[in-house]
Write a protein that binds this ligand. Structure first.
Ligand code: AGP
Length: 621
């Protein structure tokens, strides 16, 4: 269990941190570093530096160029400073919520999620600390300020403060009384040090300072660094000295932005264990079988008399909606209608006492927004499952559940899709338990299964080279069929969409039972068929569908959690995945199809991050 929960401690990059101390113009270096981190997605930015009157802070909602303009007006020279690009997780995008945050002389930037920030905030307010933002980060400033004094250097105040903190954080912090010093610490959120000639950099990611130094030290879990003009010291959180050698990074800046991956899409496929761990963080309690329904922002009274649920979305998010239908109806026994948003808004829907759920990664998809407005007009309660804090959907819905996947840059949605399924799984388990449809034992089992999911996904990702081999044999095909039954029918649809949108191959997803009603006419040796074959109650039926295809000369690619070698040997290609409950199996089944689509797209020379004719967010009808 301990091993399985280790992923629940890992956090994805959501914000960008850069700090500098040395002899050069820190503010210019910091602004340049923040520009290098722009690819990560952000909604606000800021810098703090030692000026004549102590530490000055400049920050704004918007882009780096806006921050640049704010600083240009009165450009200071300072040898030490920190900067930040914010991807909002707690608190809307605004100047007040932008980093750096301060508490008197303590000024700090943070990347991660403080799980117990509300408790800490209440306690600090009772002690008289005044809060000026909605963020979780601000509690760190006040906690450190509470411990700082002339006898307690910044690093010791940080150590004392963090003893009360639960969550994931990478922090860079300065104390007005200690000019030139920056303290950095990481716990489940990355922090790297750049070593220059008489100067040091600290950042969330290598691209931020790659133009100035290629000598990098990656901090490990729970390590703290104290950098001053005179040098650098690395210790554990308890103060034990740690010796680390710097390593030289050969990446180009472009490679560094993708964390060493060739494309954002591949990086985001491999981020799914962490994206799911972050989306789960603080939202369920396996021991009691409880889901933290507050995270959905819907009161139990609202849910009690819901007679029907509508889930509406577009594209990949619609596929997640279809998976959600199976899970909610199976667990909570509440009828669910799933609609494509552009259809829902024009079909004069009958809503009655219903809950309307809009699923949207960007929160800006025009058809989805219009459908949600239509539902609101007809009196439905609206919830959105969304990945972007402060997006239009998040602002207009009555309630929001945020997936914490971090910015999804690749046009083809991958990590957001699996995080959406996790959101729907939690929601289904929560309302099923609330309505007494499942007992505490079943609820506990459903939630305990989540603890092992990130590791299981890692096992599937480890098959990447095996999947590349399959792609090399099939990438010239001009037609693909994807087939699945039950809850894996939407996974067949999603696998087909992934392939068609990045490789431009004609690919269709179908319920496997539909083969004989038409699609089987397409089968011949030139048309590969991808089958989702989980060992569930429909296993034998899918096997017979596979036989239908094989007897007509079709190539079979099976994705299965069946460990029987003889079964796997019956197919032209077989990708085995770990066994999980039927709901979470969908996530393990889609990962190989994401990788297959990615490799086929690359082999066909397609721009997999920016496929032709497509936009990341379709903000027009
Ligand atoms: C999926 O890979 C596509 N990029 C597209 O279908 C996308 O899912 C759809 O446009 C919906 O976007 P949203 O989740 O941001 O609303």
């Amino acid at each position: 269990m301990l091993l399985a929960t280790c992923y629940l401690l890992l956090a994805t990059n959501m914000c960008g941190i850069i700090g500098y101390t040395g002899k050069k113009d820190a503010v210019s270096i910091i602004l340049d570093g923040l520009r290098r981190l722009e690819y990560r997605g952000y909604d606000s930015a800021g810098v703090a530096f030692f000026g004549e009157k102590g530490i000055e802070v400049r920050r704004c909602r918007g882009r780096i160029r806006d921050l640049d303009a704010l600083i240009e007006a009165n450009k200071p020279f300072s040898p030490t400073g920190i900067g930040h690009t914010r991807w909002a997780t707690h608190g809307k995008p605004s100047e007040d919520n932008a980093h750096p945050h301060r508490s008197d002389g303590i000024v700090l930037v943070h990347n991660g999620i403080i799980e117990n920030y509300l408790d800490l905030k209440r306690r600090l307010q009772e002690e008289g600390f005044k809060f000026t933002s909605e963020t979780d980060t601000e509690v760190l400033c006040h906690l450190i300020n509470k411990h700082i004094n002339p006898e307690t250097p910044l690093e010791d105040a940080v150590r004392k403060a963090l003893k009360d903190v639960r969550g994931a954080y990478a922090i860079a912090v300065m104390n007005e009384k200690e000019p030139g010093k920056i303290v950095g610490i990481r716990k489940d959120s990355p922090l790297v040090i750049g070593v220059g000639e008489g100067e040091f950099f600290i950042a969330s990611d290598v691209p931020a300072f790659l133009n100035y130094s290629r000598n990098v030290i990656f901090l490990d879990e729970g390590e703290m660094v104290v950098i001053t003009e005179g040098g650098m010291k690395i210790t554990t959180l308890d103060g034990v000295l740690v010796h680390k050698n710097s390593e030289s990074v050969s990446w180009s800046p472009a490679m560094a932005e993708k964390g060493g991956y060739k494309h954002f899409m591949l990086k985001e496929i491999f981020e799914q264990p962490r994206s799911i761990a972050d989306t789960l963080r603080g939202r369920f309690y396996p021991e009691s079988g409880e889901v933290n329904m507050e995270e959905f922002g819907i009161g139990t009274d609202d849910l009690k008399d819901i007679e029907k649920i509508f889930i509406v979305a577009c594209g990949t998010s619609w596929h997640a909606s279809l998976v959600g239908k199976y899970i909610i109806e199976e667990l909570a026994r509440v009828p669910v209608d799933v609609d494509i948003a552009s259809e829902f808004r024009y079909r004069n829907p009958i809503l009655g006492k219903s809950l309307f759920i809009a699923i949207t990664q960007s929160g800006e998809t025009a058809d989805t927004l219009a459908a949600m407005r239509e539902a609101k007009k007809r009196g439905a309660k609206t919830l959105t499952i969304c990945n972007v804090v402060g997006s239009t959907a998040a602002r207009e819905a009555d309630a929001v559940f945020y997936t914490h996947s971090g910015p999804e840059i690749g046009v083809a949605s991958t990590k957001a899709f699996t995080a959406q399924i996790i959101g729907l799984y939690l929601f289904a388990a929560g309302i099923a338990h609330m309505k007494g449809r499942i007992n505490s034992n079943s609820a506990t089992e459903l939630l305990r299964d989540l603890l092992f999911l990130p590791e299981m996904i890692e096992k599937v990702l480890a098959k990447d080279s095996e999947i590349l081999k399959i792609a090399k044999e099939l990438f010239k095909a001009e037609d693909f069929l994807y087939l699945g039954r039950g809850i894996n029918y939407p996974i067949a649809l999603e696998g087909a969409l992934k392939l068609k949108e990045i490789s431009y191959i004609h690919a269709e997803g179908y319920p496997a039972g539909e083969m004989k009603h038409g699609p089987i006419a397409l089968i011949d040796e030139a048309v590969p068929s991808v089958f989702l074959l989980p060992k569930d109650r429909l296993y034998e039926k899918v096997l017979s569908n596979i036989e239908e295809v094989r007897s007509r000369g079709g190539k079979i690619i099976a994705v299965t959690n069946d460990v029987d070698e003889d079964v796997c040997n019956r197919f032209d290609y077989c990708i085995s995945v770990p066994d999980a409950n039927p709901f979470l199996s969908t996530i393990l089944m889609i990962v190989p199809l994401q990788l297959l689509a990615y490799h086929v797209g690359v082999l066909r020379g397609c721009d997999v991050d920016q496929p032709r004719n497509l936009a990341k967010s379709v903000t027009v009808e």
